[in-house]
Write a protein that binds this ligand. Structure first.
Ligand code: PLP
Length: 399
């Protein structure tokens, strides 16, 4: 039977200590012990069910982590104060000085900057490859490669990573495959497709409210326990833990994620088809014209659709800017970075969330300076939204 991430979350019974239907919030940084020896054993990771200190584990974070692990089908998960904290801590846990990473060249700009500019400080090198070119990935692997890094659906080009094939390459070489699934929660289940570690910016679809910055790392028990090892765990020692008050609010939002993803996808599919009809250069993995359409269809949990991101190419940054300003004026949504919000957001990726990527690399990867990335909202009347966008395009004489 096909994996159902929504059912896995729904089946959890997580109620509070007084029977509250939402788990109680544990608003404590430290925990009492009745026995001194139990504290010692907890420090050494030899007791189960005891909480020591909230930088390590907190019961509220554990509820959210358990729900994320259920959604991904992993043994465990750990929640962080941002998506970047999840990505950087997971990478630093795996890689030591002298190691090498093969990464997709198209990633979120912050991830690219970390890999390109920051990791050399630790003598960790990175080869950037086109994520849709499996030969290039295989060729880039060296004896000191520890990790293949990619995004399930890349930001902002919306390329689709062939996770099973990448996992096969990783396994053959005895290395790990880490996948950022921020754009496609529930839609793609990277761990079920063979990835070893799944990372998220929960700031986006998972939370869906744009009121918090948060992240998650989902993996097996061995990896999660290594991250929080008191002697040398990267997360334990660098301290990127999520605040439990936020964990509590994100957990409630996670329980509506499946419905939101369906609506984001439905609206995005409608807009993408209409954009194509009026002759815009549109990229959406749900369209047959998208080079990753078949691959995504094969690997996805179909009922959640093709996600809520669309890219249109307006050719120049100036044209993109004028369109976004007018769309904001007419109430289509907001000219803002980020995604996965209940309102539509749009930004010019090359000049915003991918601006860390040098212009020549942007050109090489096929990122047009006029690319407008839409994160389509939960609009009830998407036909009306389309008509408004069309009137903006007409007013500017773009169509
Ligand atoms: N991964 C992807 C795909 C993103 O789009 C982002 C942010 O835009 C991040 C990671 C970073 O997440 P955060 O902003 O929560 O640190």
């Amino acid at each position: 039977m096909k994996f159902d991430p929504a059912k896995a979350v729904q089946k959890l019974e997580q109620f509070g200590e007084f029977g509250g239907v939402n788990p109680s919030i544990t608003d404590s940084s430290t925990f009492t012990f009745l026995g001194a020896n139990t504290m010692l054993d907890t420090f050494h990771g030899e007791t189960e069910g005891c909480f020591l200190y909230s930088r390590h584990w907190n019961p509220t974070n554990k509820y959210l982590s358990d729900a994320l692990a259920a959604m991904e089908g992993t043994e465990s998960a750990w929640v962080t104060a941002s998506g970047m904290a999840a990505i950087t801590n997971a990478i630093l846990q795996l890689c030591n000085s002298g190691d090498h990473i093969v990464s997709s060249v198209t990633t979120y700009g912050g991830t690219f900057a970390f890999l390109k500019n920051y990791l050399p400080k630790f003598n960790i090198s990175v080869s950037f490859v086109n994520p849709t070119d499996l030969n290039a990935i295989e060729k880039a692997i060296k004896p000191n490669t520890k990790l293949i890094y990619t995004e399930a659906m890349t930001n902002p080009l919306l390329q689709i990573s062939d996770i099973p094939a990448m996992a096969e390459i990783a396994n053959k070489n005895g290395i790990k495959l880490m996948v950022d699934n921020t754009f496609t929660p529930m839609i793609i289940s990277p761990y079920k497709l063979g990835a070893h570690i799944v990372v998220y910016s929960m700031t986006k679809f998972i939370n869906g409210k744009n009121d918090a910055v948060a992240g998650a790392i989902c993996a097996d028990n061995v990896f999660i326990n290594s991250l929080i090892d008191v002697n040398n765990g990267t997360a334990m020692l660098l301290g990127p833990v999520l605040d439990p008050l936020r964990s509590s609010s994100i957990l409630k939002n996670l329980n509506t994620l499946h419905i939101r993803m369906k609506q984001h996808s439905k609206n995005a599919m409608y807009l993408a088809e209409k954009f194509a009809e009026i002759g815009l250069k549109v990229s959406y993995p749900g369209l047959k014209s998208h080079p990753g359409h078949e691959l995504m269809t094969k690997n996805m949990n179909t009922e959640f659709g093709y996600s809520g991101l669309i890219a249109i190419d307006m050719e120049t940054a100036e044209k993109a800017g004028k369109l976004m300003e007018l769309m904001q004026d007419k109430g289509v949504g907001y000219l803002a970075v980020s995604l996965g919000y209940f309102k539509t957001l749009f930004s010019n990726s090359g000049k915003s969330t991918s601006s860390e990527v040098p212009e020549d690399v942007q050109k090489e990867m096929g990122l047009s300076e006029g690319l407008v990335r839409f994160s389509v909202g939960l609009d009830n009347d998407i036909e009306d939204t389309f008509q408004t966008i069309k009137s903006c395009l007409k007013e500017l004489k773009y169509i």
